[in-house]
Design a protein around this ligand. Structure first.
Ligand code: NAD
Length: 499
């Protein structure tokens, strides 16, 4: 049985707590590795080593720090296939999707190569008589990040790349369900020239998270995961005086207007609803067609596409649209929610309940489900399902569809399909959701913009990546300087000679 490690001070280090989590192969249900779960003292030791290494790293000029990021990008491209394979093996997503997971993190690293520019301060000449004022961005010290299972490459990089480029040390606590890729990334960063101790990877569960939250050394905590844990981490981290940003769960709605290109909309819904088995915080989980005729025409196009989805292990290559979900518990939760939808009276237009894959009967595969006639009081509407289940809520008007999206407690992503610019513009302006797609189903902003939802999808002020990350991982210091006298009067302009 493979035993995974922590990554401390530039080395893979075995766990000493005696506690482990099982890492499953989601396609077969077999345990493929053991992940050590750090004790408080292991976390504290990792933090202490990070704190010892950080001042020297902060003293390295930003351009040289950026060069480490440049080499890191090259090394990830060199090892892309290996990274994607390791990611698929633990997560279950298809290989192209796993490579995309790495790629969207890599793009944030590319953005961080601009650190010298992004860290430039501000300067006011002659703010008063003989007074100049300047602001600089300084590193926080040691920062921490706690990340979810569904993007084990991208989300850690969204955090540690800007933190490190800003001159901080970073302690990452990845998901204990798929922790191998973060270890590989840490090794690549070392190969790229990152000094030991600047990126520590501590595997663990609540005990490790609590150690980070209660450490007096940790200055900031970034979290991505489910909303109840986001609320806990935000409250505890803030109470302990840390800078905290937490990104939580989602329920993303797509409005389909009567004038939409329904072929495009149906294709978009299939990709955005079922890609990665629906285990994406930006997955579309609710379709809001406007008018019964639109709904009927949409479903007519959607049903055969959903029925044709190919579900299987990543080892089947490009022939698979999505893989298994992450654990047996996740599968059970999804199927229970499907049953609740049926019991509550929603119509199961595509029923994936009997799905089984020959040779993989013990894997966590869930067939695609499509619900029609869902209402907003049903659990399948209210709860984040995080599985391959799309719910259709029929609406009578744009206003009704918009109100449903706006009344939902989550506000991560949303989309509208329409051929009318005025409707699209009004939707983008009014909707209380952080990331909006217009004829784009998964509007994940690129690295140089920022990523973040609204409402219960976020706790904190600044978004992830883009310029916000450079604000989150630095503190501003403003200096007001006056020099009352100088050497001007007494300057000597002829070459000194000995008397
Ligand atoms: P999760 O909340 O179960 O776990 C996230 C992290 O928190 C993991 O590292 C885990 O070890 C840790 N954790 C779990 N329970 C804890 C506890 N009781 N105390 C302290 N730490 C704990 O989330 P997940 O299942 O890994 O990921 C799926 C969730 O993440 C979904 O809700 C999804 O919407 C959300 N997500 C949100 C975004 C976003 O940007 N808003 C992005 C990706 C995923």
């Amino acid at each position: 049985m493979t035993e995974l490690s922590h990554y401390i001070n530039g080395e893979l280090v075995a766990g000493t707590s005696g506690r482990y989590a099982d890492i499953y192969n989601p396609a077969t249900g077999e345990v493929q590795a053991k992940c050590p779960l750090a004790s408080t003292s292991e976390v504290d030791a990792a933090i202490a080593k990070a704190a010892a290494a950080q001042p020297a790293w902060e003293a390295v000029n930003p351009q040289r720090r950026a060069r480490v990021m440049m080499r890191f990008v090259d090394l990830m491209n060199r090892d892309m296939d290996k990274l994607a394979e390791a990611l698929s093996r633990e997560h279950g997503k298809t290989l192209p999707d796993a490579a995309g997971d790495v790629q969207r993190g890599l793009e944030v690293v590319e953005y961080c190569i601009g650190a010298p520019h992004l860290l430039k301060g501000e300067y006011t000449d002659s703010a008063g008589p003989g007074i100049d004022m300047y602001s600089m961005r300084q590193a926080l010290g040691v920062c921490a990040g706690i990340t979810p299972f569904n993007f084990p490459a991208m989300i850690p990089m969204w955090m540690f790349a800007p933190a490190i480029a800003c001159g901080n040390a970073f302690v990452l606590k990845p998901s204990e369900r798929d922790p191998s890729v973060p270890l590989m990334l840490a090794e690549l960063l070392k190969e790229a020239g990152l000094p030991d101790g600047i990126l520590q990877v501590v595997q663990g569960d609540k005990e490790a998270v609590d150690a980070l939250l209660h450490s007096e050394v940790i200055q900031s905590v970034g979290f991505v995961g489910s909303t109840p844990i986001a609320e806990y981490i935000y409250a505890t981290g803030c109470a302990n005086g840390k800078r905290v940003q937490c990104f939580g769960g989602a329920k993303n709605h797509m409005i389909i207007m009567p004038d939409a290109d329904l072929d495009q909309a149906a294709d978009a819904l299939v990709g955005a609803g079922y890609g990665a088995a629906g285990e994406r915080c930006m997955a579309i989980s609710v379709a809001l067609p406007v008018g019964d005729e639109t709904a009927d025409r949409l479903l007519e196009k959607l049903i055969p596409k959903v029925e044709a989805l190919k579900v299987g292990p990543y080892t089947s290559g490009n022939d698979v649209d999505y893989g298994p979900v992450i654990t047996a518990a996740a599968k059970e939760n999804i199927l229970n929610l499907v049953e609740s939808g049926v019991k509550d009276g929603a119509k199961l237009a595509v029923d994936g309940r009997g799905f089984s894959l020959q040779g993989y009967e013990d894997g966590y595969f869930v067939g695609p489900h499509l619900f029609d006639n869902v209402t907003t009081d049903m659990d399948i509407y209210k709860k984040e399902i995080f599985g391959p289940v799309l719910s259709t809520v029929r609406t009578k008007s744009f206003e009704e569809a918009l109100k449903i999206a706006m009344d939902n407690e989550y506000g991560n992503g949303t989309a509208i399909y329409t051929s009318d610019g005025d409707t699209a513009r009004e939707f983008a302006k009014r909707v209380n959701v952080g990331m909006v797609g217009i004829n784009v189903p998964i509007p994940v902003p690129l690295a140089y913009h920022t990523f973040g939802g609204w409402k219960k999808s976020v706790f904190g002020d600044l978004n992830q990546h883009g310029p916000d990350a450079f604000k989150f991982y630095t503190r501003t210091k403003t200096v007001t300087a006056r020099w009352p006298s100088g050497i001007k009067e007494g300057g000597e302009f002829s070459i000194p000679v000995m008397e």
